[in-house]
Design a protein around this ligand. Structure first.
Ligand code: OVM
Length: 396
C-alpha cells in the first residue's frame, strides 16, 4: 500500500469544521492527494487534480451507491434514489437527456429577460440605504420567485422548497445532529414536494410540465417523470440561494471587488463564477469505487466511499495562483463548484443566469454594499451559506 496520512481526528461534518473549513482544507490538501478519514472509514481528496479526475471517471467512481456518505448497497436510502444524481449510465444518460433538454441554451434565452427584469426591480427597491436581511429579502426571495415561476410551482408554501433542499443536502452527510434535525418531522415537507412534482399540480407552460412531456416521450412512467421534477425541486433553489448569498457576502467583504464590478457590469457573469470557486455553495459529494483504483498515486480498494471536497479543490494553490484571494478578474473557469463530467450540474446555465441577473442589477443600482451587523452562518452537511446577512445598499 502507498503511504497515506491517517487523519483520524478530523470530522468534516462537525460544526467547527463547517463554520470555517478552509484551514482544515489546506491541511487535507497538504497531507496528500488522497487521504484516509479514520472517523468515517472513508477516503477523501481535497486537491483539484484528483477531485477532477475522479469526477471524470464515472465508471470507477460511481454515483448509484449514493453521493453521500451512506452506501446504498449496505444501507437503505432515506428517500427513493434520484434518477439523475444517484444513477449511473445507461439509466443516468436517459434521465439526463430529458432534464438537459428542458434546461437548454434556447430555454435560458427565453428566461433571460424575465430574470434580468425581476432582479432589476427587486434590487432597485432594496437599494434605498435602509438596513435589511440580504439572505431573506434578496438571496432567498429572488430564486424562490424566478425558479417557481419558470418551473410552474404554484404560489403556495413555496418556502417548503428551501426546507426540503436543506434536508436533502444534510442527508448526504453522516447521521449527526444536522442530519437528525433535518429529517425530524420530514413527513409533511416530503409529501408537499411529492404533490408538487405531479403533472396535474404543475402550471402549464412551465419547465415542470415540460419535463413530464419530454419524459413521457422518452418512455418514462408518470411516477418516474415526477421523480425528475423532484430532482429539479431538490437541487434548483437552495443551491442558488446560497450562491447569491455568498456573492453578496463576498462583495460586501471586498469593496474593491464590488467597485471593479460597478465599473464594468459586464463582468457580472465572471464575478459570479469567482464566487462559486471561492465559496462553493455545494462543498462536497461522495463517489463509490467500482474496482480497485489508483488515484493520483494512492491505491483505493473496490467498493470504497471517497469524499470529494469540491470547495477545497477550488482553493487548491496547485491549480490557482493566490487561491485564497477573491478576485473577480481572474479566470475562475475550471472550478468544480458545479462538479465535472457527466454529472456536472445540469442546471448550471440557469444558476449562472440568476447570478448574472442579480450582480448586474447590483452593479447598476448600488454604490456601496455595507454590512450593518454580523452575518449568521447556516450549518449544513453539504451546503455552505449564510442564515442571515444584515446589510444596506447605498443607492448609486
Ligand atoms: C436530485 C438532486 C438532489 C440534490 C442535489 C442534486 C446537486 C440533485 O434529487 O437529483 O444535485
Amino acid at each position: 500500500m502507498s503511504a497515506t496520512l491517517l487523519v483520524s481526528d478530523l470530522d468534516p461534518f462537525a460544526p467547527e469544521f463547517l463554520g470555517d473549513p478552509y484551514p482544515a482544507h489546506a491541511a487535507l490538501r497538504d497531507a496528500g492527494p488522497v487521504v484516509r478519514l479514520e472517523r468515517y472509514r472513508t477516503w477523501a481528496s481535497a486537491r483539484h487534480a484528483p477531485v477532477r479526475a475522479a469526477l471524470l471517471d464515472h465508471e470507477t467512481f460511481c454515483s448509484s451507491a449514493g453521493v453521500g456518505i451512506s452506501d446504498f448497497r449496505k444501507e437503505e436510502p432515506w428517500r427513493t434514489p434520484s434518477l439523475l444524481l444517484e444513477a449511473d449510465p445507461p439509466e443516468h444518460t436517459r434521465a439526463r437527456r430529458v432534464v438537459a433538454g428542458v434546461l437548454s441554451a434556447a430555454a435560458m434565452r427565453r428566461l433571460a429577460e424575465d430574470f434580468m427584469s425581476a432582479a432589476d426591480e427587486l434590487v432597485a427597491r432594496l437599494a434605498d440605504g435602509e438596513p435589511f436581511d440580504a439572505m431573506t429579502d434578496l438571496a432567498t426571495a429572488f430564486p424562490v420567485h424566478v425558479f417557481s415561476e419558470a418551473v410552474g410551482v404554484p404560489d403556495d408554501k413555496r418556502e417548503n422548497l428551501l426546507t426540503y433542499a436543506r434536508m436533502v443536502f444534510n442527508t448526504f452527510g453522516p447521521r449527526n445532529e444536522l442530519f437528525r434535525n433535518a429529517v425530524a418531522d420530514a413527513g409533511p415537507v416530503r409529501d408537499w414536494i411529492a404533490q408538487r412534482c405531479r403533472a396535474e399540480n404543475l402550471l402549464s407552460g412551465g419547465m415542470g410540465a415540460e419535463i413530464h412531456a419530454r419524459a413521457a416521450a422518452e418512455g418514462f412512467t408518470g411516477e418516474e417523470s415526477a421523480m425528475l421534477v423532484r430532482s429539479f425541486l431538490s437541487a434548483g433553489v437552495d443551491t442558488t440561494v446560497h450562491g447569491l448569498g455568498n456573492a453578496l457576502w463576498c462583495l460586501a467583504q471586498h469593496p474593491e471587488q464590488f467597485a471593479a464590478l460597478r465599473s464594468e457590469p459586464d463582468r457580472a457573469r465572471a464575478a459570479f463564477e469567482e464566487v462559486l470557486r471561492f465559496e462553493a455553495p455545494v462543498q462536497t459529494f461522495f463517489r463509490t469505487t467500482t474496482r480497485e483504483v489508483e488515484l493520483d498515486g494512492v491505491t483505493i480498494g473496490d467498493g470504497e466511499k471517497i469524499l470529494l471536497f469540491l470547495g477545497a479543490a477550488n482553493r487548491d494553490p496547485r491549480q490557482w495562483p493566490d487561491a485564497d484571494v477573491f478576485n473577480i478578474s481572474r479566470r475562475a473557469t475550471g472550478h468544480v463548484g458545479f462538479g465535472f463530467g457527466i454529472h456536472a450540474c445540469v442546471g448550471m446555465a440557469m444558476a449562472r443566469l440568476e447570478g448574472e441577473a442579480v450582480l448586474t442589477a447590483l452593479a447598476r443600482h448600488v454604490r456601496k454594499i455595507e454590512p450593518t451587523g454580523e452575518p449568521r452562518r447556516m450549518l449544513n452537511n453539504t451546503l455552505r451559506g449564510l442564515e442571515s446577512l444584515p446589510l444596506r445598499l447605498v443607492p448609486a
